[in-house]
Write a protein that binds this ligand. Structure first.
Ligand code: ZN
Length: 134
């Protein structure tokens, strides 16, 4: 019997950058373990604020949906307002978790939105690079 022997090398989880820090999202309060380099990169992008993967995706989405050309910072402001409104309108039991599922819902709706076959004045490019974190 020529069964194919599939050798599965053990995946190592160790990286060269073993140093991680806990970063807290300025929008939803979610914490993530990140390398200091990554934290610095995100802070630089959002003018000193740190956003989790989901929130930064939501900010990108906010900018893409906006009809005017808004800056990352304006999109961030809008997203933070969305988070604040959500937090103040939901019971305090588990606001962060509720907010995350609301955002996922929001993003999924955008991603699954049916293709418009009509005239679309602007073609927009969506980068999928960060989506694996969902
Ligand atoms: Zn967040």
């Amino acid at each position: 019997m020529a069964a194919a022997v599939f050798k599965d090398p053990k995946k190592t989880h160790k990286t060269n950058q073993s140093e991680v820090e806990i970063a807290e999202c300025d929008c939803c309060g979610l914490t993530e373990e990140c390398t200091p380099a990554y934290i610095a990169r995100v802070r630089e992008k959002y003018e000193g604020r740190w956003l989790c993967g989901l929130c930064s995706e939501a900010v990108k989405d906010e900018a893409a949906r906006s009809e005017e050309n808004i800056t990352t910072n304006e999109a961030l402001d809008r997203h933070m307002k969305f988070c604040e409104q959500f937090k103040s309108s939901s019971p305090p039991a588990n606001p962060a978790e509720d907010l995350i599922s609301a955002m996922k819902h929001l993003l999924r709706r955008t991603l699954d939105s049916p293709r418009k076959n009509g005239s679309s004045p602007t073609s927009f490019v969506r980068s999928k690079d960060c989506f694996s974190t969902l």
